[in-house]
Design a protein. Structure first.
Length: 507
C-alpha cells in the first residue's frame, strides 16, 4: 500500500502541512479509521482493511507503511532499505524513508489497531474452477533447445515467424527460426524485455537487473541487422526499464521513445525525444511501477498520446494527451487499489466499435508471502468514445500475468488465453495457462495443455506464427522460487524448457 507514499506529484508540501495541522488539532478525538484515511489515502487509493488478511497487515504492510513515516525497529532496519550503490543514494535523496519519526505514537497505534481489528483472518476467493487438460484448439510445440535455468524475460514472435528470446541468467538475446532452430545469440546485460524491429536494427530494452533495484543499470541498445554495422547504446542509465514503445511524438519525422522505468522504490515514466540521433529525456511521472506504455492517438487529433499502466502503490492507468509538440497533459482514467497487483495491459477494440478499450490483468504476488486474492484476474474496460472506461468483463484467475483476447476458434465471439505466474500451486497449478473458450454471453469453458507445469510461464505473445490465418501463442518460462515445496522448481530445472508454442488448429 505504501510503495509510493508521499512521492506522488499530486501530493504537495501544502497538502502535507494541511494534513499535519488537522491531525495535530484533533489528535485526541480522531479514531484509527479517520487517521488512516489521512495518512494511508493521501497519495493513492485508500486501502480498506478488508483488502488483505490480518497476518499480511501485521507482518508486512503496516511495518512498510511505518518506514514511510520514519518508524523503524532499529537504525539498522532503516539503513537496510538503501542499496550500497547509486540506487541507494537515489532513494536516500528522495526522502522516501525519513531518518526521524514524522508520525506520533498515539496516531500510529490507532492506525495499526484499526487495520488489525478490521482485517479478515483470510480472504474469501471464488471456488476452484475445473480446468480440462485437453487443449484441442492448440498443438503444443516444445523446442529441442534446453537451458540450465529457465529465465525467459521475453518470448516473442517476429512478423516473419522467427522467435525472439531474452534470458536473464545467461544475459542473452537469441533468435530462433520458425522451425525452432537457434539462428543467433548475443550477450546483453541482464534482462532483455522489450524489442522494436526497426528497418535497419533491433531496438532492445534491457532491464540491467532482473532483481528489484533503483540503480540505473538499464539501457536501450541497437542491434544492427547488417554484420558490418556496430551496435550502439543510445539510451543509458535507466531505472529497471520493463517496456518501451516507439513513434514520432512531435511531428519532426524522427522516432521518439517512451520507456516504463519500473525501478524499485523510485522510478519513472519517461519520454526520450530524438534530436537527430541524440535523445533528450523528459520525465512524465517520477514514480515507481510503470510497467506498460503505448503510443496511440486516443482523442483523434492526429497526435500520438501515451497510455501507461502503473503497478506499484498508486496503481492505475493514465493517458498523457499530446499537443503535437511532445507537451503532455496527464489524465488518470482508471484507479486501482494499492493491493491490486497490476501485471499487464494492452489496448484492444473488444466490442468492435472503433474505440480502444483496456485489457488489464492483476496477479502480482511477489511483494510478500503470496495470498490468493478474489480480484486477481483478467479485466476488460470499455471505452465510451470519450476515454471514459467502465468494466465490461472480469474473469477470476489467480496470479494472472498476461492475457490475449481473440476469436481463436473462429466462431464469432472473443475467447481469452491467460497465463499466471502465481497460480494456486496447491489446488489449481494448471492455472499457469488457461484457454477460456467463449460459449456465448461471456461464459467460458476452461482448458489447458498437458505439459502446463513443465514451465513457469511469465511472458506470452500472440501472432500468426505459422502464417495460416489464425493466432498462435508463445509462452516463456522463468523458474522463480516463490512456490510451495511441491517439486515444481526441480521439475522446471530438469525440463529446462525456455518456451513453448501453442499452435492454433483453427485451420
Amino acid at each position: 500500500m505504501s510503495i509510493s507514499c508521499k512521492n506522488d506529484s499530486n501530493y504537495s508540501n501544502q497538502d502535507s502541512n494541511k494534513d499535519s495541522e488537522i491531525v495535530n488539532n484533533n489528535i485526541n478525538t480522531m479514531d484509527g479509521e479517520q487517521l488512516s484515511r489521512i495518512y494511508c489515502g493521501s497519495c493513492h487509493e485508500y486501502p480498506e482493511p478488508q483488502l488483505l488478511d490480518v497476518d499480511t497487515w501485521k507482518n508486512y504492510m503496516l511495518p512498510r507503511m511505518g518506514y514511510m513515516y520514519g518508524i523503524y525497529k532499529t537504525s539498522e532496519e532503516h539503513e537496510a532499505l538503501f542499496e550500497n550503490n547509486e540506487g541507494g543514494e537515489i532513494v536516500r535523496a528522495s526522502g522516501l524513508f525519513p531518518s526521524t519519526r514524522t508520525l506520533d505514537s498515539l496516531s500510529w497505534n490507532k492506525i495499526q489497531n484499526y487495520y488489525l481489528n478490521n482485517a479478515p483472518r483470510r480472504l474469501e476467493v471464488p471456488p476452484k474452477k475445473e480446468i480440462t487438460k485437453q487443449l484441442s484448439q492448440f498443438t503444443t510445440i516444445i523446442p529441442d533447445q534446453k537451458v540450465q535455468i529457465p529465465s525467459s524475460t521475453m518470448a516473442q514472435f517476429s512478423d516473419s515467424g522467427q522467435i525472439y528470446l531474452g534470458d536473464a541468467v545467461t544475459r542473452s538475446f537469441s533468435i530462433f527460426s520458425s522451425q525452432l532452430e537457434l539462428l543467433n545469440t548475443g550477450n546483453v546485460q541482464e534482462g532483455a524485455v522489450s524489442i522494436f524491429d526497426g528497418e535497419d536494427a533491433f531496438w532492445l530494452t534491457v532491464m540491467g537487473s532482473f532483481s528489484p533495484t533503483d540503480e540505473p543499470r538499464g539501457l536501450i541498445a541497437t542491434l544492427p541487422k547488417s554484420p558490418s554495422v556496430k551496435s550502439t547504446v543510445p539510451i543509458k542509465r535507466l531505472q529497471r526499464p520493463v517496456h518501451s514503445d516507439y513513434g514520432d511524438l512531435n511531428g519532426d519525422g524522427f522516432m521518439d521513445i517512451v520507456v516504463s522505468e519500473f525501478g524499485k522504490w523510485t522510478g519513472a515514466l519517461s519520454v526520450f525525444i530524438n534530436n537527430q540521433g541524440n535523445y533528450t529525456k523528459n520525465v512524465l511521472l517520477a514514480t515507481p511501477g510503470a510497467i506498460k506504455s503505448y503510443m496511440r492517438d486516443m482523442n483523434n487529433d492526429g497526435h500520438l498520446d501515451i497510455v501507461a499502466l502503473f503497478a506499484q502503490g498508486a496503481e492505475g492507468v493514465d493517458i498523457y494527451y499530446n499537443d503535437g509538440k511532445a507537451n503532455f497533459t496527464r489524465s488518470r482514467v482508471l484507479k486501482f487499489s494499492p493491493s491490486m497487483g497490476g501485471s499487464f495491459m494492452n489496448l484492444i477494440d473488444y466490442n468492435d466499435d472503433g474505440h480502444l478499450d483496456i485489457l488489464f490483468t492483476a496477479g502480482d504476488n511477489a511483494d510478500y508471502k503470496p495470498v490468493m486474492k478474489p480480484w486477481h484476474g483478467i479485466y476488460v474496460f470499455l471505452n465510451d468514445g470519450n476515454n471514459n472506461f467502465n468494466q465490461e468483463l472480469f474473469i477470476h484467475h489467480n496470479g494472472a500475468y498476461n492475457a490475449v483476447v481473440e476469436d481463436f476458434d473462429g466462431d464469432g465471439d472473443k475467447d481469452v488465453a491467460a497465463i499466471s505466474f502465481f497460480p494456486d500451486w496447491v489446488n489449481t497449478p494448471e492455472e499457469s495457462f488457461v484457454y477460456y473458450k467463449n460459449k456465448g454471453d461471456s461464459t467460458f469453458e476452461h482448458f489447458t495443455f498437458q505439459e502446463v507445469n513443465k514451465g513457469r510461464w511469465v511472458v506470452m505473445h500472440a501472432s500468426d506464427y505459422d502464417k495460416d490465418g489464425d493466432i498462435d501463442l508463445i509462452l516463456g518460462s522463468l523458474a522463480f522460487e516463490v512456490v510451495p515445496k511441491l517439486g515444481y522448481v526441480e521439475q522446471w530445472m530438469k525440463e529446462g524448457i525456455p518456451f513453448v508454442i501453442l499452435q492454433n488448429n483453427k485451420f
